[in-house]
Design a protein around this ligand. Structure first.
Ligand code: 8OZ
Length: 366
């Protein structure tokens, strides 16, 4: 036991965070023309700037990397300029923000791809999952397996996107290696049946994530690079026959790269924490820098995880939708507001920037 609390400053690489609370990436599908962040995004993120570290919604690194309508990108100058408004607004309030770099792989639809092309995947295996496109949830399209010759281009898209994120004023980036998207599809043997250097053994399946991580570290520095993984989450139809061995190896290698943080979705994404016997403590012990724990944490669970040294920072996701001042509410052990599920994905300002703080709602009542 130790005396750590959620509400004390924390040193993350060269940054000082005002507390140990992290806002997990939350997809909101409100990007505008050219997949530029919403005109309301600067307000949305800066309303949440009392959080120690904000992580942006997943943002595709290329058109090929997009899987849902109206998600923002980080591959055009207009997108960089749009994100600059967000980072300026967050920094003006003393906040810190990383951008999450995303390639969806096979979790996509031909209507989002250039010239209606098939989504790309480690192997031509279509998952039983849906994407939001043309204003409805539809089955993903039949994917095609990436040719070996295409892989360096994807690594380079991640590298360029990281550079763009820094140009947009972000404090760092988080590589999305979780939730059944491209990098997780390569890691797990249910979605990766390749027979080349990127499939088969644990080392081969980890190769793409590690090459992407090394490229991003080379481009912007290890102290600005984090990775998110979800070892046992079946999200988007992935499965692994050897998650402990796979992720022990991955984390050992990420540790060698000196990444500033490891962000772990502990359990099924957005669902139960204990879906399989898996020792998250093993990942925690293998990784020397900051460990961010995520998935269904509340104040009590977060406090005990810190006191038992199971994590350095705790990421909260959905509670941030309806509680812009979540940090203050947790500090006061105040009640949390629910959010409106009908405005979670898509729409405009409503259900996005109009959730009141505790102080605003009590003055409105009184
Ligand atoms: C919810 C809806 C669409 C995408 C993830 C980026 O699960 C997502 C996502 C979540 O990581």
């Amino acid at each position: 036991m130790n005396d750590k609390t959620l509400f004390e400053p924390y040193t993350l690489g060269s940054l000082t965070l005002s507390n140990r609370i992290v806002m997990a990436p939350l997809t909101r599908n409100r990007a505008g023309e050219g997949l530029v962040p919403s005109e309301f995004a600067a307000t949305y993120y800066s309303q949440r700037a009392s959080t120690g570290l904000l992580i942006s919604e997943a943002s595709q690194i290329s058109q090929q990397g997009q899987g849902y309508q109206d998600t923002p990108g980080i591959y055009t100058q207009a997108q960089i300029d749009g994100w600059r408004k967000v980072t300026d607004a967050v920094h003006a309030k003393g906040g810190r923000i990383f951008l999450q770099l995303w390639h969806v792989g096979r979790v996509s639809h031909v209507d989002l791809q250039e010239n209606g092309a098939a989504p790309v995947a480690p192997s031509a295996l279509r998952p039983a999952t849906k994407v939001f496109v043309n204003n409805s949830f539809v089955d993903v399209s039949e994917p095609r397996a990436l040719d070996l010759s295409e892989i360096p281009g994807i690594v380079n898209d991640f590298r360029q996107a990281a550079k763009n994120a820094i140009a947009a004023g972000f404090d760092g980036v988080e590589i999305h290696g979780a939730n059944g998207y491209l990098l997780d599809q390569f890691l797990k043997d249910g979605s990766n049946i390749r027979t080349d250097a990127y499939g088969g053994s644990i080392e081969n399946r980890a190769r793409l994530l590690l090459e992407v991580s090394a490229a991003v570290v080379d481009e912007i520095g290890a102290d600005r690079t984090g990775v998110r993984i979800s070892p046992v989450s079946p999200a988007n139809g992935v499965s692994s026959s050897d998650p402990q061995q796979q992720f022990d190896y991955v984390v050992d290698q990420l540790d060698v790269l000196g990444l500033v943080y490891l962000h772990v979705v502990e359990g099924a994404t957005g669902g139960p924490r204990d879906v399989a016997p898996f020792d998250f403590g093993s990942l925690r012990r293998r990784f020397k820098n900051t460990y961010i724990a995520n998935n269904g944490y509340d104040l009590n669970l977060a406090t005990s995880a810190l006191k038992e040294d199971k994590a350095d920072l705790i990421a909260f996701g959905r509670p941030f939708v309806g509680n812009p001042d979540l940090a203050e509410r947790l500090m006061a052990d105040a009640p949390l507001s629910a959010f409106d599920p009908t405005t979670l994905y898509g729409g405009g300002a409503a259900g996005y920037i109009d959730y009141p703080t505790l102080a605003e709602s009590s003055s409105a009542q009184g």
